[in-house]
Design a protein around this ligand. Structure first.
Ligand code: ADP
Ligand code: MG
Length: 255
């Protein structure tokens, strides 16, 4: 671990109407770290990931990723909203894997992985294809390149989605409950791919209810409740000796 901070959120607030979905959330993730975010439904976990990935605009506070302020550029001491092109550029460096795999249904596994690198990154199609084949092999799907999403199990589709995120050569991948939509017997194959990815040094922020993954793979665990980041620290400590009674209550309920 280099110690370099890759993601930094400071006092992030986000409201929908009068409802505060994120209430002064601050968090730092270092390069190569895996951070799991846990917490009850409606606590703001997805909203937080969506703010990092610029799918939502924050109301106040600041988020840095890859050393850049997200969504804003500074001129003197004033902040200006970025242009759509600037936002698109920043989003390219941040992979996102959703609960629902969101693959293109009319494209094969291989075409799904190639699409972004060729269309968005303007990679040479032959090189993009080579890279996509490598990535599909890495997620254990070398023999499924020519299959359409409907021909794959949920676990296989989610592994294609991870390969697709990797195709964009992100410096960071956000996972929003990547195994929650899967049949129980398909969860392990996706967690194994994520475990490998963590082992390869990828920086990951993972919203999950998989406590085994949080305990065994993540470096740090963040507990959110009611839009607030209640507790954040080394996984082992937070999961076994939480400081906050709300974290303890939540852990008792899920374990
Ligand atoms: P979690 O992922 O922890 O379940 P979310 O971040 O999805 O929670 O949602 C946090 C709260 O914000 C919820 O009460 C949810 O209803 C609300 N919320 C999220 N997105 C929107 C939106 N686009 N419009 C209105 N309310 C929203
Ligand atoms: Mg959510």
């Amino acid at each position: 671990m280099s110690g370099e901070i890759l993601v930094k959120a400071v006092d992030v607030c986000k409201s929908f109407g009068g409802f505060k979905a994120l209430d002064n959330v601050s968090l730092e993730v270092r390069k190569g770290e895996v951070c799991c975010i846990i917490g009850p439904s409606g606590s703001g976990k997805s909203t937080f990931l969506r703010c990092i990935n610029l799918l939502e605009r924050i109301d106040s506070g600041a988020i840095w990723a890859n050393g850049e302020l997200i969504g804003y550029r500074r001129e003197g001491d004033r902040l200006h909203e970025m242009s759509d092109a600037e936002i698109a550029r920043q989003r390219r460096g941040i992979g996102m894997v959703f609960q629902r795999f969101n693959l293109f249904p009319h494209k094969t596994a291989l075409e799904n992985v190639i699409e972004g690198p060729v269309q968005v990154l303007r990679e040479n199609p032959k090189a993009a294809r080579e890279h996509a084949l490598e990535l599909l092999a890495r997620v254990g799907l070398a023999d499924k390149c020519g299959n359409y999403p409907a021909e794959l199990s949920g676990g296989q589709q989610q592994r294609v989605a991870i390969a697709r995120a990797l195709g964009m050569r992100p410096s960071l991948i956000l996972f929003d409950e990547p195994t929650s939509a899967l049949d129980p017997e398909l969860v392990a194959e996706v967690l194994e791919v994520m475990n490998d990815l963590a082992g390869s040094g990828m920086t990951m922020i993972v919203v999950t209810h998989e406590m085994g993954f949080a305990r065994n793979v993540s470096n740090n665990v963040a507990f959110m409740d009611g839009g607030k980041l209640i507790e954040y620290g080394p996984s082992e400590r937070v999961l076994t000796r939480p400081d906050n009674p709300r974290t303890a209550d939540f852990l008792r309920a899920v374990q």
